[in-house]
Each structure stands twice: as structure tokens, then as C-alpha cells.
Design a protein around this ligand. Structure first.
Ligand SMILES: Nc1ncnc2c1ncn2[C@@H]1O[C@H](COP(=O)(O)OP(=O)(O)OP(=O)(O)O)[C@@H](O)[C@H]1O
Length: 243
């Protein structure tokens, strides 16, 4: 799998008057197997950047080179589907095989394996729309496993989750990368960001990609959120760092 190379990428939103939202230029190379956490205050531009990387919003300037396809996981509650969890997971394979009027045995097998891997095979026959937010997140991450996308973009995967589901979702993220994918995940949960390989922080007029130890230092947290803390401004938990 190849690296994701951002060369002077400017993500933003155009407005009719031309004065839309615009992030500073971003230069970054992400390697296969890397987990990068996106942090920044509300409205900083995390979703805008992820959607730009997913090809859902055109860049305002610069280049995105590397893998041709990316899978985008929207924030919890954003996906509505009347299919079963198994069906929705299996549909992740739609781009990988010839057109078929229904699911093939291979689709079903791949979906069952992915759901089982995330310990949610018991949800297979449940309608996706009737699952809780945390259950839906796990199913959508299972779909990422069958999608085989080299870049996985997760928009606040831990939002609205209780500690147990947050732990389960976080535990599912690292294996996505361990299979050689590049994972970018936005979050307001700094202990989760602390366990990433690198942190992409979006400030008021700056953007930087640093180690967790640097990005979560008191100075950078103050610059980013305007709060005095060495722990997570949301939960007070002290971030831990990967060795
Ligand atoms: N569809 C849209 N059209 C125009 N501007 C938008 C649109 N969506 C978001 N914006 C603006 O773009 C800026 C960045 O928003 P974005 O959703 O990317 O921030 P975020 O960092 O993901 O925020 P949060 O942490 O609150 O989810 C904000 O000023 C927002 O108002």
C-alpha cells in the first residue's frame, strides 16, 4: 500500500460570496499502518478536512496523492439504513466485485467474519436503524474491514459512546491500521488521540502534525483550546502515550 501525500492541501468550504471557510495549507505524508488523530475546537475544520480527503468536498488548492480510494465513516447517527447489519456490512464489498443482484456467498462470509471480529456477530440480523449509536459504529467499522479501502477516515468515532463502547470502537481502530491501512480519526477525546501515532491539530489559524507527546503538551492544548490543563479538557483524564 502506498503513502498518502498531502502537498499544500487547502481544505475549505466555498460560499456564494467567495468568503467561505478555509484551512491553512497542509503538507503531510501518512504511511500505511499509521493512526493519525485529528484534534481541534468545534468548527476548526476537522470534518471539512476528512471530507476533502474522502473526495466528498473538492480541495480549494493543493494536491492529494496516494491511494485512489478512501472509506469515510461519518459521525455517529449520520447513517440511516433499513438493511440488516449483515447486509449493510456486506454492501461494503460492492465496489470490489462484479455487479450482482444480491449478496454473494463470499459477501456474506466476509461480512460475518468482520462482524465476528468486532464481536458483534449477534447483531447480524438486526435492522441497522434499530441499533444503538455504539452498535452502529461497530457495524460501520466492520464494513470498513470488508471495504479494503487503503485509507480510513473516521469522523468522531467515539462521540456519544459510553466507556465500554468507546473502548470497543477504539480497539477496532488499531487493527484497521495493522492491516496496512492509513487511519485518520477526528476526536474530542484526548486520551484516544494520545494513543495515536501522530496528531494533526487544527488551531484558529494554524495546522500542525506532531507526536502526541508534543501536541498534547500544556502549551499546545492552551493554544488549541484556550484551557489550562495537561489532561483531557472533556473528561479530565490524563492522556497516556504510546511508547
Ligand atoms: N456545509 C457547509 N457549508 C458551509 N460551511 C460549512 C458547512 N459545514 C461546515 N461549515 C463551516 O466550516 C467550518 C468548519 O466546520 P467543520 O464541521 O469542518 O468543523 P469541525 O472541526 O468538524 O467541528 P466539530 O468539532 O464541531 O464537529 C465551520 O466554520 C462551519 O461553520
Amino acid at each position: 500500500m502506498s503513502a498518502l501525500v498531502l502537498d499544500g492541501l487547502v481544505a475549505g468550504r466555498r460560499s456564494r460570496t467567495g468568503a467561505g471557510f478555509r484551512l491553512p495549507p497542509l503538507d503531510m505524508t501518512a504511511s500505511p499502518g499509521e493512526v493519525i488523530a485529528l484534534i481541534g475546537p468545534n468548527g476548526a475544520g476537522k470534518t471539512t478536512l476528512l471530507k476533502t480527503l474522502a473526495g466528498l468536498i473538492p480541495p480549494l488548492a493543493g494536491r492529494i496523492d496516494g491511494p485512489a480510494s478512501a472509506a469515510y465513516l461519518p459521525p455517529p447517527g449520520a447513517v440511516s439504513a433499513a438493511f440488516s447489519a449483515l447486509h449493510l456490512t456486506a454492501l461494503g464489498r460492492a465496489g470490489l466485485r462484479r455487479w450482482s443482484p444480491g449478496l454473494t456467498p463470499d459477501d456474506v462470509e466476509a461480512a460475518r467474519a468482520a462482524l465476528s471480529r468486532l464481536d458483534v456477530l449477534d447483531l447480524a440480523d438486526r435492522p441497522f436503524d434499530r441499533l444503538s449509536s455504539g452498535q452502529q459504529q461497530l457495524v460501520l467499522i466492520a464494513r470498513m474491514f470488508v471495504q479494503a479501502a487503503p485509507v480510513c477516515l473516521l469522523d468522531e468515532p467515539l462521540a456519544m459512546l459510553d466507556p465500554a463502547h468507546a473502548q470497543a470502537v477504539e480497539a477496532a481502530v488499531r487493527p484497521l491500521a495493522a492491516e496496512g491501512r492509513i487511519v485518520l480519526a477526528s476526536t474530542h477525546h484526548l486520551p484516544f488521540a494520545a494513543r495515536a501515532d501522530r496528531i494533526l491539530a487544527i488551531g484558529p489559524d494554524w495546522i500542525e502534525v506532531k507526536t502526541p507527546a508534543y501536541a498534547l503538551g500544556a502549551d499546545r492544548i492552551r493554544a488549541l483550546f484556550g484551557v489550562e490543563t495537561t489532561g483531557c479538557p472533556c473528561c479530565g483524564q490524563t492522556p497516556g502515550f504510546r511508547p
